[in-house]
Write a protein that binds this ligand. Structure first.
Ligand code: HEM
Ligand code: HEM
Length: 552
């Protein structure tokens, strides 16, 4: 492969193979043909040897990419057999317990995929597992980007692309989950309908429009189908391509280390090393999902039965990524206001509005941070999370809120499994929603500062070796080993810039300066994020020389 890459580049420099003595091979002729029409030589020359830094956490984006491809592949297969129709039929199929039961064609075809289509159940299960892994991969990938500050200039737009992808993936999951029209998926759609109905003034109109009449109507499956298999995946495909082009264009960030700076990258060439690794990893992800899909049941729709609006399954749960929105609604007190013959359902409307706000907070974060720091420089070297304690604390607080709400969304399951009262769990979650994120923030920030302090000690006093020496006068001391230059660099390369300040309120002539509210807010946020209690000062050169007793 390496030779092939060189041949391509080599040919590009020579120009045409006709200038050489030996006749061109078939492959070269094909490449020349393609170059004449598509300009592939210059494209390959510019990009194929591009260096990619390597780190295990950079595989998270790849997991998203591969599970997305697997979703498309398996989704196409399901589309061949799935019938997106709300028309009613009487079931006479392989699955005996449901014989003679009235159901929609959508549900009947899902049973058909599961019991009669060759490989149907396997593909359905791979599709569902891939959806779970896809969104989980995105969340963890996003957290990697967040905690390392990889969203800073010039990658803010790519952060937004990714964020949109996360939002669309959640919607795609919701519409997919609703397609089989079993009791569980119908309960999920009912939940969505309840949320829509709570929107003041227009809610009932939107619901009627969406369902083609009063819930459940007959149109929802046939409407969700094109949205699920075409519209949303189509937009997502476009966004994923744009996302990857931007990763390529900006070049990937890298963790701090010797030889790496804002301009130089240390890593593997895109072709052949990175491509070979990426190809192998794709098959690994596919293989693992196929094994899980083959052995672990997921969404056994035949066990739930067809959807009927007057029934609900016990322990009805959405997929994990929607559990937190369910939690928001379950723990909210059932407040409502009745006036002039209308009801404002605050118990649903408030949590329903919090959901987009919760997502919005993630989307706008990079822009808020840039506004606070006023930093206009590009950043290609990643932060170590401990060196940005407030950001790290905010990320952990966000995650903790997410998990608390997930418990709220599964309050019935937690209650039955742990033999607890559902009311106690609901109250636990109601209090935790306010308390846990604050605690998580404070604890994380302290841990970060502790780690910074340890870094400082390591730089000044070296690494603890665990070797205890007995000195002639009877004292025991632990031998400390000085760090290598590489480690010293990693532990001290970060910046500790002073936070933004408003400056003197009066100029040299004693005239009061006009200070806007925005400037005041910015200054106090900057103090909170980068002020003295957010970092342990790095050792100065003098301290280092004095303590390590060496000349540098
Ligand atoms: C891009 C992200 C996607 C996600 C997150 C996703 C998620 C899901 C989920 C959770 C289900 C329910 C599966 C079950 O029955 O247990 C589903 C069903 C389905 N999906 Fe997707 N899907 C995605 C993309 C696609 C694509 C690209 C296609 C088609 C090209 C597709 C076609 C289908 C079909 C036909 C069904 C109904 C069949 C069935 O449930 O057995 N999906 N999807
Ligand atoms: C379909 C979903 C997604 C796919 C396929 C995807 C794919 C990738 C890949 C392959 C990379 C390079 C390798 C890596 O850093 O892991 C990457 C980088 C990046 N992604 Fe994503 N991603 C997705 C979702 C997201 C989300 C949800 C966010 C954030 C909200 C995000 C933000 C970024 C950023 C800022 C980079 C550049 C990071 C850097 O250079 O260090 N991505 N993405």
């Amino acid at each position: 492969m390496d030779d092939a890459a060189r041949t391509v580049n080599g040919s590009a420099q020579v120009g045409s193979s006709a200038q050489r003595a030996e006749p061109p091979g078939k492959g070269e002729k094909l490449a020349d043909w393609a170059d004449g029409r598509l300009g592939v030589y210059s494209l390959a020359k510019a990009n194929m040897r591009k260096v990619f830094p390597d780190h295990w956490s950079f595989m998270l984006g790849e997991i998203c990419l591969y599970s997305f491809l697997i979703l498309i592949l398996t989704g196409v297969y399901l589309t061949l057999f799935f019938e997106p129709s709300g028309a009613e039929v009487v079931y006479h199929g392989t699955y005996q317990p449901l014989n003679g039961i009235i159901m929609t064609k959508a549900y009947e075809s899902t049973l058909h995929i599961s019991f009669d289509v060759r490989g149907g159940l396997l593909i359905r299960q791979i599709h569902h597992w891939a959806a779970l892994v896809f969104v989980a991969g995105m969340l963890v990938h996003m957290m990697r980007v967040f905690f390392t500050g990889a969203f800073r200039k010039p990658r803010e737009v790519n952060w937004l692309f990714g964020w949109l992808l996360l939002f669309l993936a959640i919607l795609t999951g919701l519409t997919g989950y609703s397609l089989p029209d079993d009791l569980l998926s119908g309960t999920g759609v009912r939940f969505a309908d309840g949320a829509i109905l709570s929107i003041p003034i227009v809610g009932s109109y939107v619901s009627m429009f969406l369902f083609g009449g009063e819930f459940p109507g007959h149109d929802i499956i046939s409407r969700f189908f094109p949205i699920h298999v075409l519209l949303l995946p189509g937009i997502m495909l476009g966004l994923v391509v744009a996302h990857l082009i931007l990763v390529f264009y900006h070049k990937h960030t890298q963790y701090p280390g010797p030889g790496r700076d804002q301009k130089s990258v240390i890593g593997m060439p895109f072709l052949p090393v990175y491509m070979a690794k990426a190809g192998g990893f794709f098959f690994l992800v596919f293989g693992i999902l196929a094994v899980i899909g083959g052995i672990a049941t997921i969404n056994p729709v035949w066990a739930f039965g067809p959807y009927r609006p007057d029934l609900v399954t016990t322990g009805a749960q959405p997929d994990w990524y929607l559990g937190f929105s369910e939690g928001l609604i379950r723990v909210m007190p059932g407040w409502e206001i009745n006036a002039w013959g209308h009801t404002l359902e605050l118990g649903v409307f408030i949590p329903f509005s919090l959901f987009p706000l919760f997502m919005l907070a993630i989307g706008v974060y990079p822009f808020i941070e840039t506004w606070i720091t006023g930093d206009k420089r590009e950043h290609h070297i990643l932060d170590r999370p401990r060196n940005a304690p407030v950001r790290t604390g905010l990320g952990v607080a966000w995650l903790s809120e997410y998990f608390v709400l997930l418990i709220g969304g599964g309050n019935d399951v937690v209650a039955t499994h742990l033999h607890l009262s559902i009311n106690s769990i609901t109250w636990f979650v109601r209090i935790s929603v306010f308390v846990v994120p604050v605690l998580a923030f404070v604890v994380t920030k302290r841990i970060c500062l502790g780690l910074q302090r340890r870094d400082r000690d390591k730089v000044l006093h070296g690494r603890e070796t665990g070797l205890i020496k007995l000195l002639p006068h009877g004292e025991y001391v632990e031998v400390h080993e000085p760090l290598g230059q590489g480690s010293l660099f990693v532990l001290t390369q970060h910046e500790q810039n002073p936070p933004y300040e408003i400056g003197p309120l009066e100029d040299a002539n004693g005239v009061r300066r006009k200070v806007t509210v925005a400037q005041r807010v910015r200054a106090s946020l900057a103090r909170g994020m980068y002020g003295p209690d957010t970092h342990i000062p790095k050792p100065t050169k003098e301290e280092y020389r004095e303590l390590s007793n060496r000349d540098h």
